[in-house]
Design a binder for this molecule. Structure first.
Ligand code: C5P
Length: 297
């Protein structure tokens, strides 16, 4: 028997970052929006825990027990006194190390798939606790839709979204390490008073209304200067998408994927074609939002 779970990528429409905390993490006001790019995780009973992966970037995914999906299976098994004997197969479509929570998606997918395969019926609140232990973005991968994440991003409040937003994602060559981008944020803000991160009311209103022009005017990412500092060529991609008529352009999370908000689906197609033609990215992907969270297929 096998169980397959589909899990969405995310874009941060607001990523307000506070000063580094004593534990090294940063307090956030993190407005997550799930987008229609998906990984699938299939769990099948096996003699021991092992992982396989297919997809264009599969060679960049660790297949050992450092993979977040393997750690998710181990944590769930430990909670129920089981052995984590499962084969996890990941069909990868979310860019790897791209700032779109691909690893977090695989962790949330593995958790839900194993819970169904093993019949452990773990309460939702406990699944969310395990997600938070696995990583700051993992709880959101489970719930999807739109949510405000506070703390290190793991404490979620669901948000209303009043319509469909059409995005284009420009996938860069190679990834960026999230800890390296946060470290660069710390370097760039050294000696500067970093304000407390707060969610933007105009941004939440624009989401609730489903108004892309209003949302475009309020998008923000405090990690963008750090990502651009580590990868200056991302500025060329942002400029190419803006020149092609995107309403707004920003780095997705810690990058290096760039996100472009467009007026509608035809405009998104035009922006994607222009980005590809510009030669400033490896590929361009269309994705509507919001998307549902981790779902058993
Ligand atoms: O929680 P997660 O394992 O996804 O975080 C990866 C890294 O990103 C952390 O080790 C930390 O360097 C950085 N981070 C942070 N503040 C957050 C979330 C992540 O500094 N709120």
């Amino acid at each position: 028997m096998s169980v397959t779970v589909r899990v969405p990528a995310k874009v941060n429409v607001q990523l307000a970052v506070g000063a580094a905390r004593p534990d090294g993490f940063h307090d956030l006001a993190n407005v997550f929006l799930a987008v229609g790019l998906y990984d699938e995780v299939t769990a099948t009973a096996a003699d021991e825990l092992h992982i396989t992966c297919e997809g264009p970037d599969a060679d960049q995914v660790p297949l050992d027990h450092t993979n977040l999906a393997a750690r998710a299976a181990q944590k769930l098994a430990a909670r129920h006194g089981l052995a984590p004997d499962v084969h996890l197969h990941i069909t990868k479509d979310i860019p790897v190390a791209g700032g779109m929570a691909g690893g977090s998606a695989d962790a949330a997918g593995a958790l839900l798939a194993c819970d169904a395969l093993w019949g452990t019926n773990t309460p939702r609140a406990e699944l969310l606790d395990i997600c938070a232990e696995l990583g700051s973005d993992v709880p959101f991968s489970l719930v999807g839709g739109a949510a405000l994440g506070t703390g290190r991003g793991e404490r979620l409040r669901p948000l209303e979204v009043g319509g469909t937003f059409h995005w284009v994602f420009a996938v860069a060559d190679g990834g960026l390490s999230t800890p390296a981008v946060y470290a660069e944020f710390d370097r760039l803000t050294e000696g500067v008073e970093v304000p407390e991160p707060l969610a933007s009311k105009p941004l939440l209103d624009a989401l609730a209304k489903g108004d892309p022009t209003a949302l475009a005017a309020t998008l923000s990412n405090d990690l963008q200067p750090a990502a651009l500092s580590l990868r200056p060529s991302l500025a060329d991609t942002l400029a190419a998408g803006t020149a092609a008529g995107a309403l707004a352009a920003l780095v997705s999370g810690s990058g290096p994927t760039n996100a472009f908000l467009t007026r509608d689906a035809p405009s998104a197609t035009k922006v994607a074609e222009a980005l590809l033609a510009s030669g400033t990215c490896r590929t361009a992907r269309l994705a509507p939002s919001p998307a549902p969270g981790a779902t058993v297929l």
